[in-house]
Design a protein around this ligand. Structure first.
Ligand SMILES: [Zn+2]
Length: 323
């Protein structure tokens, strides 16, 4: 294969696809995917702000319980409303086939975000979807042979082995396994690892783009939980998310913390919290025994996880001061 062409599509399903044309690879990205990615990017930003507000501004020692509960309710509303609007608008959107996946009000950004950061987040998500399709070409899944095929395959397999994802992969059919390989390849491609040029900034971008892309695809296809059976071409969201989390963990745990104490695994934790709420909302509607999520539950779970992560990073990198 000599060239890979990428184009924007406005019809058909809201996702991305790869196909071969003569000697070239083609990748299509549907605008409906971008539209859904914008909505989920907004929902994530609102969730992030709610976490930050709770951590910084809420005084849990306050004696005035009524005021405290009111504040928490307000925070919960701001964190959950965008997720619910996205969730509730899905069917109408799918039936009409229109591009906008939800009410335009959802595109309102939280005040703390500037537009540049937001659009960079959305384009990182598009990049992941495109990179996933490019990797189908690079890995030889589309029937054309790229000169880097064996090299890319070896890198992807090495990461899959090291991340401990074999058990998940062993339950998938060959088509589903190709999807997982394309996900892993896409993460490595955006992070710069395929070209030996990984940087901290690119790793963060790849992490954010991959996580938001997987949620967006889960939303569009409503394929949240695993689907079994020989005819199913794509793994469920949970399997893809599980593998990607392991890949991110294995890839980033050797990194030391950044100048503000940040670490990619801290960002991964924020996505894990966000995704568990999105999933729980969906499940509470699909299964009567599942209750709606509760913001404080997820917040305290995330705090516990953050403490564990802190300990692990400290012991690994020995950055704790002795004083
Ligand atoms: Zn694919």
């Amino acid at each position: 294969m000599r060239n890979i062409f990428v184009a924007r599509a406005f019809k058909e399903d809201a996702n991305a696809q790869a196909w071969a044309f003569r000697e070239s690879g083609v990748v299509e990205l549907n605008y409906g995917f971008t539209s859904a990615a914008m909505i989920y990017a907004t929902a994530f930003c609102q969730f992030y702000d709610a976490l930050a507000t709770t951590a910084k501004d809420v005084d849990f020692a306050d004696d005035d319980t009524e005021v405290l509960l009111m504040i928490l309710e307000e925070i919960e509303n701001s964190a959950f409303t965008p997720i619910l609007v996205a969730e509730n608008s899905r069917n109408q959107w799918r039936e009409s086939g229109r591009i906008y996946a939800a009410h335009p009000a959802l595109l309102d950004l939280p005040q703390s975000r500037n537009e540049g950061d937001y659009h960079s987040f959305v384009s990182a998500t598009e990049e992941f979807a495109i990179a996933h399709e490019i990797c189908h070409h690079l890995l030889g899944h589309t029937g054309v042979t790229h000169r880097r095929r064996s090299q890319v395959n070896a890198l992807v397999q090495e990461r899959l082995d090291r991340s401990g994802a074999q058990e998940i992969c062993s339950n998938l059919n060959p088509d589903q396994l190709q999807e997982i390989e394309a996900d892993v390849g896409a993460f490595l491609l955006i992070a710069g690892e395929l070209s030996g040029q990984a940087t901290r900034g690119r790793i963060y971008r790849s992490l954010a783009g991959s996580m938001l892309a997987l949620v967006t695809l889960g939303h569009i296809s409503e394929n949240w939980i695993s689907r079994e059976g020989p005819g199913e071409t794509h793994p469920g969201f949970i399997d893809r998310f599980d593998v990607m989390s392991r890949i991110v963990r294995e890839f980033t745990i050797p990194l030391t913390r950044g100048s503000i104490g940040d670490h990619p695994l801290g960002l991964l934790l924020q996505f894990q919290g966000f995704i568990s709420i999105v999933l729980q909302f969906w499940m509470s509607r699909a299964k009567s025994e599942v209750k709606d999520p509760h913001f404080l539950n997820i917040f305290s779970w995330m705090m516990d996880q953050a403490v564990e992560l802190e300990k692990e990073l400290n012991s690994r990198h020995n950055t704790e001061t002795s004083s």
